[in-house]
Write a protein that binds this ligand. Sequence first.
Ligand SMILES: O=C(O)COP(=O)(O)O
Ligand SMILES: [Mg+2]
Length: 218
Amino acid sequence: MARIVFDLDGTLIDSAPDIHGIANTVLAQEGLELISLEQTRDFIGNGAAIFVSRMRGARGIPDSEQARLLADFVARYDDAVHLTVIYPGVVAALETLKAEGHSLGICTNKPIRPCRSVLEHLKIDHLFDTMWGGDSLPVHKPDPAPLHAAFEALGEGPRLYVGDSDVDAETGERAGVPFLLFTLGYRKCAVDEMPHTVAFDDFAALPTLVRDLLVEAA
Ligand SMILES: O=C(O)COP(=O)(O)O
Ligand SMILES: [Mg+2]
């Protein structure tokens, strides 16, 4: 049986509306113009600190404000769950993979507390045997260390990594792990510019893709 690790934002869940909400609460408090949902999606993928620094960049806020604004953003993040939705077919695919005996984990650049709180709110936290956030280790993706840690926590078996972004593609490549690219997330690059083993746009296809990859690897 395999160990399958998933990215979170833009892969299992569409969380951009909640992140958009807290970003704009922070900006509104500063008396600044708000950012769009599209900008928000663009800024997600490298963790909370890079998100806030990209948001500052869009509004010309100096570096000296980073720590204060990041603290404000992160303080609001745990409760930013109400606008987030699970992508279609995700729950059924995860349940099928579990029923087939695979172990599942999360490796996200989202800080671990909001990661846990959104998965609990959506009632899918019980499907995962391990979770690694952007602040679980001193380094985060595309450094492969948290992905390696997630696989290690899952024990033995072939490894597969599922994600939506160039950061995930690089992480999978650096970890030497087959990478399954979900193409409808927050991707910034063309699919063929991103290293991947297989691409998919419908979670209903995932259990079959996993079966095929495991047969090929055997
Ligand atoms: O950038 C983030 O905070 C999270 O992004 P990820 O779940 O796609 O790693
Ligand atoms: Mg992602």
